[in-house]
Design a protein around this ligand. Structure first.
Ligand code: THU
Length: 131
């Protein structure tokens, strides 16, 4: 699947964002090795801190469906450059990604930046320390 195609799925997920407080819609789509695609949007909360980012919604959706291995993740928002994941999401992605997983940071203009998890979260603390 092309990066552009996965971004298209992320854009669909973005339309489902629940963002009454920030108004900032984010969509994510994750392609599992099974070939299945899982979507996620950001889901805000009146107490603010329980807000779930789009990337975490997508990966939790995939994990809860039994997936463990991934090919690619696309994130899209209305940003000047491709939308970068927050620090919390980077840590969650690190739990399940290695550097073979493609990460596409996209915006609505069609820009895509290509990243690996080790670029987004260098010197990470990860499962390797514990398992
Ligand atoms: N947000 C995401 O969903 N993903 C990111 O990578 C950055 C931030 C959401 C959280 C909140 O709902 C809104 O964007 C503004 O921070």
């Amino acid at each position: 699947m092309s990066p552009q195609e996965l971004v298209k799925h992320a854009k669909l997920a973005r339309t489902r964002a629940y963002v009454p407080y920030s108004g900032f819609k984010v969509g994510a789509a994750i392609l599992a090795k099974s070939g299945n695609i899982y979507l996620g949007c950001n889901i805000e909360n009146a107490a603010y801190s329980p807000t779930n980012c789009a990337e975490r919604t997508a990966i939790f959706n995939a994990i809860s469906q039994g997936e463990r291995e991934f090919v690619a993740l696309a994130i899209v928002a209305d940003t000047a450059k491709g939308c970068a994941p927050c620090g919390v999401c980077r840590q969650v992605l690190m739990e399940f990604f290695d550097d073979e997983v493609e990460i596409y940071l996209a915006n609505l203009q069609g820009d895509i930046a290509y990243r690996k998890i080790s670029q987004l979260l260098p010197d990470s603390f990860s499962r390797k320390e514990l398992l």
